[in-house]
Ligand binder design. Sequence first.
Ligand SMILES: Cc1cc2nc3c(=O)[nH]c(=O)nc-3n(C[C@H](O)[C@H](O)[C@H](O)COP(=O)(O)O)c2cc1C
Length: 211
Amino acid sequence: MTTQTTTDFMEIVKGRRSIRNYDTNVKISKEEMTQILEEATLAPSSVNMQPWRFLVIDSAEGKATLAPLAKFNQVQVETSSAVIAVFGDMNAVDSIDTIYDMAVEKGLMPQEVRDRQVPAIKGFYSPEDTETLRDSILIDSGLVSMQLMLVARAHGYDTNPIGGYEKDQIAEAFGMDKDRYLPVMLLSIGKAVDAGYPSVRLPINDITDWK
Ligand SMILES: Cc1cc2nc3c(=O)[nH]c(=O)nc-3n(C[C@H](O)[C@H](O)[C@H](O)COP(=O)(O)O)c2cc1C
């Protein structure tokens, strides 16, 4: 079974399912992976902070480092074209100047709006209030992860979001600062070799109130 590339949005959404077993012959080039990440990062984020960070694990060496940290998800690690470790950067506020300056340079934001908003954002996400920052980072990183899964389908690939891994060890295992980079999830990506399992959803009436 190979995933067909489609740009039909409903087909992308309704046809997505977690795929855990991939064609080991399929490699995703750095160029295409970069494009997938660029498209995923069109996701919205709080104050456009874009706090997500990606570690693309696609080498034999990287997979060997990851394997013992994802013991219950070995098939995805072994067979996927890559596993993307999604992190949230607790220092993301440091990028706010760059992001807002880019918007001004591109003529997308007046300088005075930038000059007003940047200090206000830095004040809101004060380093002392790590809980507010952490919540915001995790929400934004969840959004980019979802978008990445849908973008992957538009490129003809399948994914599996993975929470079952040693979150307390992943950053350090790859030489990253564990106090700075919050583990969000792993996303395996590749060409499916089976159809995965259909899954059920709760009826909307059971999970929604209208007032
Ligand atoms: C945050 C998160 C963590 C998950 N962790 C795992 C995991 O560790 N292993 C796994 O096989 N699937 C994992 N899944 C996949 C879910 O089991 C799957 O999304 C759910 O059963 C619905 O199936 P579907 O994705 O095919 O629609 C995870 C999904 C999410 C969103």
